[in-house]
Design a protein around this ligand. Structure first.
Ligand code: DX5
Ligand code: ZN
Length: 214
């Protein structure tokens, strides 16, 4: 299974609905939604109201990436808005086990994300409870950044951990993914790939998504 999740952070926000319909028609598997609070990361993006509006226009799974401090305060809002995967950062969630349990209790899939400087060992005790592990391959905050190549061995290490103890966990990567590096990232063990700039800055979404899958 290989999943391409275009990040709408790089879409044209003046017609977000059409952009989502366009990537859906072009073969996107999930829609990746980047939520930033200007605190955990130095940028402000999308709130639950926007997610709820977008929920009406597509059936594709919403892969909601919370780059926010104190994520527990906003879980209910993003659950109600129609998230299918709700991912929090290990660096932001003080009671991570409780947060994961809460998301799953509400019938949503739970993900945890690691910043580039955070070792995979940080989530080892909760790995089996997760549905998704998201490895950041840029420092979160902005679309269109360069992939950090030293994340390849980290992806491999996460793959080994998942294979050894929790093979149901989807391993996703996020940041700077392009047609040039996606092969190496897949070989390292990722199965889900966020792509913002690579998709939305390309002239032909269908062609780009097909090239990423290839
Ligand atoms: C970075 C976000 C990413 C980003 C990906 O903070 O979490 O999802 O939008 O965009 P690209 O693919 O352009 O790096
Ligand atoms: Zn993201």
């Amino acid at each position: 299974m290989r999943i391409i999740a275009p990040s709408i952070l790089s879409a044209d926000f003046s017609h977000l609905g059409e952009e989502i319909r366009a990537v859906e028609a072009a073969g996107a598997d999930w829609i990746h939604i980047d939520v930033m609070d200007g605190h955990f990361v130095p940028n402000l993006t999308i709130g639950p109201g926007v997610v709820a509006s977008l929920r009406k226009i597509t059936r594709l799974p919403f892969d909601v990436h919370l780059m926010i401090a104190e994520p527990d305060r906003y879980l209910d809002a993003f659950l109600a808005a129609g998230s299918d995967f709700l991912t929090v950062h290990v660096e932001a969630a003080v009671h991570l086990h409780r947060t994961i349990a809460y998301i799953k209790e509400k019938g949503c899939k739970a993900g945890v994300s690691l910043n580039p400087a955070t070792p995979p060992a940080m989530i080892e005790p909760v790995l089996a409870d997760l549905d998704l592990l998201l490895i950041m391959t840029v420092n979160p905050g902005f679309g269109g950044q360069k992939f950090i190549p030293t994340m390849i061995p980290k992806i491999q290490a996460a793959r080994r951990m998942i294979d050894a103890t929790a093979p149901h966990v989807l391993l996703e990567v996020d940041g700077g993914i392009t047609t040039a590096n996606i092969g190496a990232v897949a070989a390292a063990g990722a199965v889900a790939f966020v792509a913002g700039n690579a998709v939305f800055s390309s002239p032909d979404y269908r062609h780009t998504i097909a090239a990423l899958k290839e």
